[in-house]
Design a protein around this ligand. Structure first.
Ligand SMILES: Cc1cc2nc3c(=O)[nH]c(=O)nc-3n(C[C@H](O)[C@H](O)[C@H](O)COP(=O)(O)OP(=O)(O)OC[C@H]3O[C@@H](n4cnc5c(N)ncnc54)[C@H](O)[C@@H]3O)c2cc1C
Length: 375
């Protein structure tokens, strides 16, 4: 923090000294100037080597004028204060950013609510009679995870009144599968059920005539219909495809089952395999890989755990500070890190797995986040 030193001799009026006295009485933080500031407000050069060094580009006169102008306003800033000033400015900038963020979030929220109300009002108006048809038109949403579930909920809320349109969701999973918790739940037991959230929460208040949920999987799409695994065809007017990114559909990235009970069992199986392994190799040092490795090593400190990552830095999609923090934390935990190399298979052979540099890693279990598929 900047300390303020009241100059009891500067200032050109009695009012100034009166103000000084009042402030001194009211503000216990005010102190006498230190030795390198003389009582007349000038800097004592002999006692201010750091200050002089830092301001060496300024002439003595400039330093004097600088000090004097501060003195005229009744305050001195010492060289230590200048040392801290950068920190204070940084903190001030951070506080400003935090304030701006809060204001922006609050205004977006208020704006969002207002827009929703306007949309709901507009949607509640009946369509012109020539736009009506006896059969509701389908707005089909394929996939109900983060993107599709949210899209379905929003669209259903703002459909025009009457039975002209409806949302049809096609999703094979019995529950919303909250993938973000999977790295931890692959290691830590007793929480598996929390990865499966019943559908419906986002649809509260939506009329049942506006939404139809089909638990099935889309296998093909043509210009007018979506064909399902069951063989049924769903006609559509509008189509939202939210089937997510390509993945191998298995743990540790995805649950690997459409049913909650089976998904929980798969998680428990993974937990016991990790628990039993002696030499665990995790492939992929992105956020999920780092989390799983950190959890496994924290829980089983005696286990030999290696993290293999093809890039030079862990969590390469994040900033350098977080990358360094992740690296240091894993090193501190005792995880062996192999960076800039790739494993050459997805299964250990005779207790080892190789990397493309020819390194042989002892391994009796491999957990892979890599999106590479081996023959
Ligand atoms: C382990 C892990 C941790 C993560 N952690 C974070 C995090 O902390 N923060 C973050 O922001 N992001 C995180 N992510 C990324 C985030 O989960 C994804 O960005 C997000 O899941 C993408 O959502 P989505 O709806 O597009 O696709 P997905 O979540 O992949 O969902 C696709 C949906 O489509 C369904 N579907 C697929 N094919 C069909 C079909 N043919 N017919 C019908 N339905 C189908 C699937 O059943 C599924 O429900 C994480 C991802 C993983 C794997």
């Amino acid at each position: 923090m900047i300390s303020l030193y009241k100059d009891q001799h500067s200032g050109d009026s009695a009012a100034s000294s009166a103000r000084t006295k009042t402030n001194t009485a009211e503000t216990p933080r005010l102190r006498q100037p230190p030795s390198h500031i003389e009582s007349n407000g000038k800097l004592n050069e002999r006692n201010t080597p750091i200050f002089k060094q830092r301001l060496s580009i300024l002439s003595d006169d400039s330093i004097f004028l600088f000090a004097l102008s501060l003195g005229r306003h009744g305050y001195f800033v010492t060289c230590n204060d200048l040392d801290n000033m950068t920190q204070v400015i940084r903190k001030a900038i951070l506080i400003c950013k935090a304030l701006l963020f809060t204001v922006r979030t609050a205004s977006n929220f208020i704006l969002g609510i207002s827009c929703d109300r306007i949309r709901a009002w507009r949607a509640s108006r009946p369509l012109p009679s020539n736009a009506k048809s006896d059969i509701p038109q389908n707005i089909v949403v394929i996939g109900a995870s983060f993107a599709g579930y949210f899209a379905a909920s929003r669209i259903a809320r703002f459909l025009p009144s009457g039975d002209t349109h409806r949302v049809v969701v096609i999703e094979p999973n019995s529950h919303f599968q909250f993938t973000w918790v999977l790295p931890r739940f692959c290691v830590v037991g007793g929480h598996e059920h929390k990865a499966f959230i019943p559908y419906g929460g986002l649809l509260k208040g939506v009329s049942s005539s506006k939404i139809r949920w089909i638990r099935d999987c889309a296998v093909s799409v043509d210009q007018d219909n979506v064909k399902l695994r069951s063989g049924n065809k769903i006609p559509y007017k509008y189509l939202v495809i939210a089937t997510g990114s390509n993945n191998n559909g298995k743990l540790p990235s995805r649950v690997g089952s459409e049913r909650k009970e089976e998904g929980e069992a798969l998680l428990r199986e993974m937990q016991s395999k990790i628990k039993e392994s002696q030499n665990l190799v995790v492939v992929g040092g992105g956020a999920a890989g780092v989390e799983l490795v950190a959890d496994a090593k924290s829980r089983y400190p005696d286990k030999h755990i290696t993290l293999v990552h093809s890039r030079a830095a862990l969590m390469h999609r994040f900033g350098p500070e977080l990358q360094t923090a992740a690296l240091e934390s894993l090193q501190k935990l005792g995880v062996e890190l192999v960076l800039g190399e790739r494993v050459t298979s997805d299964q250990p052979v005779e207790g080892f797995i190789n990397t493309d540099s020819g390194r042989r890693l002892e391994c009796d279990m491999i957990v892979s986040y890599a999106s590479i598929y081996y023959d």
